[in-house]
Design a protein around this ligand. Structure first.
Ligand SMILES: Cc1cc2nc3c(=O)[nH]c(=O)nc-3n(C[C@H](O)[C@H](O)[C@H](O)COP(=O)(O)O)c2cc1C
Length: 338
């Protein structure tokens, strides 16, 4: 079986799974920039089992250039998670990851995502059933957890020990609780507690925006790998160890080339409707933090074709290069903000 320790050590800083963002084009561009193996965005196990082949093919698409990919499932029972995991393995998953951190109400009210942290015996049964099936298929099983449900249920260590006992191969810890959602500082000390409690490899996650911060998290907590989520949106080049050292002009040119590569992958890899949606979404992320971002985003979201969205962004870039903001001479779109 693939060794999770070796896989993580080979590329310790990785893209975190993010629903609506970390599809095959984005994962591939992050890998090309230097990220370690990726995890796809969560797929609901019950929904996957009910999906037609063509829709499932879009959700589970993996490009050969990505190398090994972990596919993540959201679910609440072995009856759905086990057959869904088998389906993902058939689709090319090298690792199966179980989402135990999703805070969304629609997930937790059905006992999925972070709700799995609240019922350790039930979760142990589910992970045990997955372990048996995946051992037969020679596929590693991993989990992604939170610090706990809330301040009164901070049980990441208990859950991690249970997971190790049932044979889970690696754990990712996003140390906020479900009630914290994404707010406040991520308490990295919870990652260190989990590292000390288990022998299987631990990946830390939360508030990392650069390779230097990833090194800092590894040194501070002892984790073997780091996942970067929001800090990599619109900035896949943050995985590139050479990037920060480049002179400004070269850096900007590299960013533009990476962005174009990303857009060309979206167009080549996704069906036309999804390609337009993702082009708009990703281009708008590439404007983050830049002067005039709100206005240009509004225009990008109104574009009716990939070419139009791309042209709007390129015009924004060209104006930014000569020091103009994109709204000069144009009427700002109502209701659009940064
Ligand atoms: C838009 C969005 C979607 C997310 N979707 C998922 C998901 O599908 N599966 C998952 O395990 N975590 C998901 N997360 C959580 C991230 O993987 C990560 O744990 C969290 O954002 C903290 O890391 P960061 O501070 O580097 O962003 C999502 C986060 C965001 C912001």
């Amino acid at each position: 079986m693939l060794s999770m320790r070796d896989l993580i050590a080979a590329g310790p800083v990785r893209l975190a799974p993010m629903a609506s963002y970390t599809n095959a084009p984005y994962r591939l561009v992050a890998r090309e920039c230097g990220a370690g193996f990726s995890t796809n965005e969560e797929i609901d196990a019950a929904a996957l089992l009910g999906m037609g082949m063509s829709k499932a093919a879009v959700w589970t698409a993996i490009d050969p250039g990505e190398g090994p990919v972990a596919m993540q499932l959201l679910g609440n029972s072995e009856e759905t998670l086990v057959p869904a995991a088998v389906r993902l393995v058939e689709a090319g998953a090298s690792v199966i990851d179980i989402n135990m951190g999703c805070p969304a109400k629609k997930a937790v009210t059905k006992g999925k995502g972070a709700a799995l942290m609240r019922d350790v015996p039930r979760t142990a049964r589910i992970l045990g059933a997955l372990r048996r099936e995946l051992t037969a298929l020679d596929i590693p099983l991993t989990i992604k957890i939170r610090g706990g449900w809330d301040d009164t249920c901070l049980n990441a260590v208990e859950v991690a020990r249970m997971a190790e006992d049932v044979g889970v191969d690696a754990i990712t810890v996003h140390p906020r609780t479900r009630s914290q959602q994404y707010a406040g500082r991520a308490p990295w000390e919870v990652i260190a507690d989990v590292v000390r409690a288990v022998r299987i490899p631990v990946t830390g996650n939360g508030d990392v925006r650069s390779l230097a911060e990833a090194q800092w998290m590894m040194a501070a907590t002892g984790c073997l790998g780091v996942m970067v989520g929001r800090g990599a949106l619109g900035r896949p080049w943050m995985f590139d160890p050479e990037h920060e050292a480049r002179p400004v002009g070269e850096r900007r040119a590299h960013e533009a080339a990476t962005r174009r590569r990303h857009l060309s992958l979206i167009e080549a890899m996704l069906p036309p409707r999804e390609a337009l949606v993702h082009t708009r979404r990703q281009l708008s992320l590439y404007t983050t933090g830049r002067v005039g971002a709100g206005v240009v985003r509004g225009r990008i979201f109104e574009a009716t074709s990939i070419a139009e969205a791309g042209a709007i962004f390129e015009a924004f870039e060209a104006k930014a290069a000569v020091g103009q903001t994109p709204d000069e001479g144009a009427v700002p779109l109502a209701g659009v903000s940064d």
